[in-house]
Write a protein that binds this ligand. Structure first.
Ligand SMILES: NC(=[NH2+])NCCC[C@H](N)C(=O)O
Length: 411
């Protein structure tokens, strides 16, 4: 059954009650990971797939028990692919890679057209290996290794946070920096463009623009967006996003937050997430050095490219954020961890929490110390298992794309 909207979509904070979320249950794409390709495909190990699925099912069930509507990316995609237009579009974009050659491209275009929407979803997510095709043989197939992919699998689809992000009632289809993830946004763009549930949704950004990844985007408060700039989101990406949100009146302030260009801190949400309207949990080893540049609108100009931005000097992140949010203090929960424990728990996504409401956050159970400190600070920690899920270096926030959060009540 095609899922239908339960109300308007969108989110304007990190902590408003989570009503609808998009997840991706790990599937056949994880079975593609081998010790030869896991680095390129951005996994730090080879997950035990059925256990990862069990952990993910438990995560989804935890959300449902708390009243969250869970949508699955692959179900939305399969429903989208009922339309011939969407199917053709999906096939053309999946085959646009320059490693294919026309002989194979022509063969695959025909073969994929014959698949059912469910089968096509499987190919679009799990990819196709050279030794799995029955036709189209020729120069390309003979020169590639039998195990090379003609269509790459998308194991990082699990991290739905990164490939789209809602800002108020608009959805930003992002532009992913790593080659292994680029194709993910072909799928999110197709869903938001063609799925009946999202008919009429206005979009910003897009995969063809400068790099911005959803894991870098934090909706600190209505009108205030922090954007990490590092391995994934570029300085030009944050400028583009700022122009768009100002032009569309989705925000009045964007904080650009430089983060180390390293795997451990690939997104801002690996070091800092919100657990209350005025509280963050932050990796202690960066807490003293994290800074932000405040970007506001100096002159609206006549269009997005013509508006003038005002850019401040850099300030400590918490100071700049509190000012923009118009609150006295944005509190950092003091985890008091020694640097080694802090580093271990940050690596295992201890700071990557998903708020279900103010002071209620989902976290991986393994990060005992961070979780205890959160509880000491009055946060209800909803613990989930993630031993297998975590091998892709992502926690509860990375694995979720909020589609509806209730607006925060003004008390
Ligand atoms: N929002 C996040 N922190 N996402 C984590 C993504 C992890 C994924 N393996 C990658 O390297 O891209």
């Amino acid at each position: 059954m095609v899922s239908t909207p339960s109300g308007p979509h969108g989110a304007d904070s990190e902590v408003g009650r989570l009503a609808t979320v998009m997840l991706h249950r790990p599937g056949n794409e994880l079975k593609r990971l081998t010790p030869r390709n896991n680095d390129r495909l951005l996994f730090d190990g080879i997950p035990w797939v059925s256990r990862a699925q069990d952990e993910h099912d438990a995560f989804a069930e935890t959300l449902r028990e708390r009243g969250v509507e869970v949508l699955y990316l692959t179900e939305l995609l399969t429903e989208t692919l009922e339309s011939e237009l969407a199917r053709n579009h999906a096939i053309t974009s999946a085959l646009s890679g320059l490693h294919l050659g026309d002989t194979m491209r022509r063969y695959l275009a025909q073969a994929l057209r014959e698949l059912s929407p469910t089968e096509l979803t499987d190919v679009l997510t799990a990819g196709i290996r050279n030794d799995e095709v029955r036709g189209g043989h020729g120069l390309v197939t003979s020169l590639l290794d039998p195990h090379d992919f003609l269509i790459d699998p998308l194991p990082n689809l699990l991290f739905t946070r990164d490939s789209s992000v809602w800002v108020r009632d608009r959805v930003a289809v992002t532009s992913l920096a790593m080659p292994a993830r680029k194709r993910e946004t072909q799928l999110t763009e197709l869903i938001y463009t063609e799925h009946p549930r999202f008919a009429g949704t206005r979009k910003i950004h897009g995969w063809h623009n400068e790099h911005v990844e959803g894991g870098d985007v934090l909706l600190l408060a209505p009108g205030v967006i922090a954007v990490g700039v590092g391995e994934r989101t570029t300085p030009a990406g944050v400028e583009r996003l700022a122009r768009q949100v100002f032009h569309a009146d989705l925000a009045h302030t964007v904080l650009a937050v430089p983060i180390a260009q390293e795997r451990a801190t690939m997104h801002l949400d690996t070091v800092c997430t919100m657990v209350d309207v005025d509280k963050v949990v932050m990796y202690p080893n960066v807490a003293d050095t994290l800074r932000a540049v405040t970007v506001t609108l100096a002159d609206p100009g006549s269009d997005e490219s013509d508006l003038t931005l005002s850019v401040s000097d850099s300030e400590p992140f918490l100071v700049a954020a509190a000012k923009a949010m118009q609150i006295d203090t944005l509190h950092q929960i003091d985890t008091g961890l020694d640097p080694v424990t802090a580093e271990r728990e940050q690596w295992d996504d201890g700071n990557n929490t998903l708020a279900l409401a103010p002071r209620v956050a989902v976290a991986y159970e393994r990060n005992d110390e961070t979780n205890d400190r959160l509880e000491d600070a009055g946060i209800e920690v909803v613990r989930i298992a993630g031993s297998e899920l975590g091998s892709g270096r992502g926690g509860p926030r990375c694995m979720s794309c909020p589609i509806v959060r209730e607006p925060l009540r003004v008390d």
